[in-house]
Design a protein around this ligand. Structure first.
Ligand SMILES: Nc1ncnc2c1ncn2[C@@H]1O[C@H](COP(=O)(O)OP(=O)(O)OP(=O)(O)O)[C@@H](O)[C@H]1O
Ligand SMILES: [Mg+2]
Length: 350
């Protein structure tokens, strides 16, 4: 269960990651009852140490706890199979959320960098998700300029989408694009001191402390279950998996679901918010067949969304306009279908 704003309110105190705090200090500063925190400590949602009868909480543990509680909701779009519609869904759903008034950050974890292509954003190789993960891995939390360094880096990385003459919603969308460099991280499984898989989670926790204006994050992932997708699963709250009608074997989804099960141990906040069919066409036999196959698999059946997105040529034209389809053709069948998928995802994410 995710805590709501009512459970904890963020105080103004700068938390020193290396320092130990008492329960009372944190409770008073963050206006939360000591009993609530004690419960969180007992259920190990919040890590702490007992000194006699008193709890002591390390600054960094408090930061990752309150980062999850307070930080932006993180949506992960993943499927181990290529061409399922991950990038298309990520860009379009994020923009729809911005139209609803949310401030949205798009993070591209796929070295192919399709989000920038879809939004027609130039990519500066020194301002990408590679820097983000790299900085996290190099900069220790006990570094004296930890907060300052993150403030500078995030400010530099958050790139607004140009939106002259386009929908205002784009003014609420930011992108950290991907670059080929990311492949290096894909190969390096372990950093000297810690598993690479935690890097994104920690970077997002740092974002919440230096720039609390982002309401949610949408992450696009590569078509595999390597370290980059794992970083996303470690940081995510809601997982959405588009799948292609033609992917009758469904092994990409099944492998992903097995991985999610393993990751729940490390990230208990992760929920599957839906499996969404893409390239649908109810007039074909395959459409019905794949839905039936999913319904028969207990690992997948509970997550199949009613809404689906039909195969439509306009998806291949929209990128030429440099706009996600929901903005290029807001009244099209495809845009309506994407809105229906989003509505179902939101229902399940909440
Ligand atoms: N419903 C659809 N109808 C027709 N074409 C579509 C549809 N959805 C996506 N496409 C097109 O299919 C291609 C693959 O989509 P997309 O890039 O979103 O998939 P992906 O899962 O991100 O792929 P990759 O695994 O390579 O990153 C793109 O050219 C996209 O424009
Ligand atoms: Mg993609």
């Amino acid at each position: 269960m995710r805590m709501t704003d009512r459970d904890v309110r963020l105080g103004d105190m700068e938390i020193d990651p290396g320092k130990m705090y008492t329960l009372r200090e944190l409770a008073e500063e963050f206006q939360v009852s000591e009993r609530t925190l004690t419960r969180k400590l007992e259920t190990q949602e919040l890590r702490g140490y007992k000194v006699g009868a008193q709890w002591r909480i390390k600054g960094r543990d408090w930061m990752s706890f309150s980062g999850v509680v307070q930080g932006p909701h993180v949506y992960v779009v993943a499927n181990a199979k290529g061409g399922a519609g991950k990038s298309t869904f990520t860009a379009n759903l994020a923009v729809l959320r911005a139209q609803e008034g949310r401030r949205v950050l798009l993070l591209d974890l796929d070295p192919q960098g399709h989000l920038a292509t879809l939004l027609r954003m130039p990519v500066d190789p020194s301002r990408t998700t590679a820097q983000l993960l790299d900085e996290e891995l190099r900069l220790g939390r006990t570094h004296p300029q930890f907060q300052e360094r993150w403030r500078t880096l995030w400010t530099d990385l958050l790139q607004p989408i140009p939106h002259e003459g386009a929908d205002d919603a784009l003014g609420r969308v930011f992108l950290v694009p991907a670059h080929n460099d990311l492949q290096d991280l894909e190969r390096a499984n372990f950093h000297r001191t810690k598993p690479v898989e935690y890097a994104l989670k920690e970077a997002i926790a740092a974002l919440s402390t230096v720039n609390p204006d982002i309401d949610e994050i949408w992450i696009d992932t590569p078509p595999n279950l390597g370290p980059l997708t794992r970083n996303a699963l470690m940081a995510g709250h809601s997982l959405l998996s588009p799948f292609a009608k033609s992917d009758l074997g469904l092994d990409g989804l099944e492998r992903l679901m097995s991985l999610v099960e393993q990751y729940l141990e490390f990230n208990p906040y992760l929920r599957i918010a839906g499996l969404a069919m893409n390239f649908g066409n109810p007039r074909t036999i395959m459409h019905g067949e794949i839905r039936e196959t999913i319904r028969q698999r207990p690992q997948l059946a509970p997550y199949l969304l009613e809404a689906y997105v039909s195969e439509a040529e306009r998806f291949n034209q929209a990128p030429r306009l440099g706009l996600p389809l929901v903005l290029a053709e807001p009244n099209s069948v495809s845009a309506n279908e994407l809105r229906a998928v989003l509505a179902e995802v939101m229902q399940r994410a909440e």
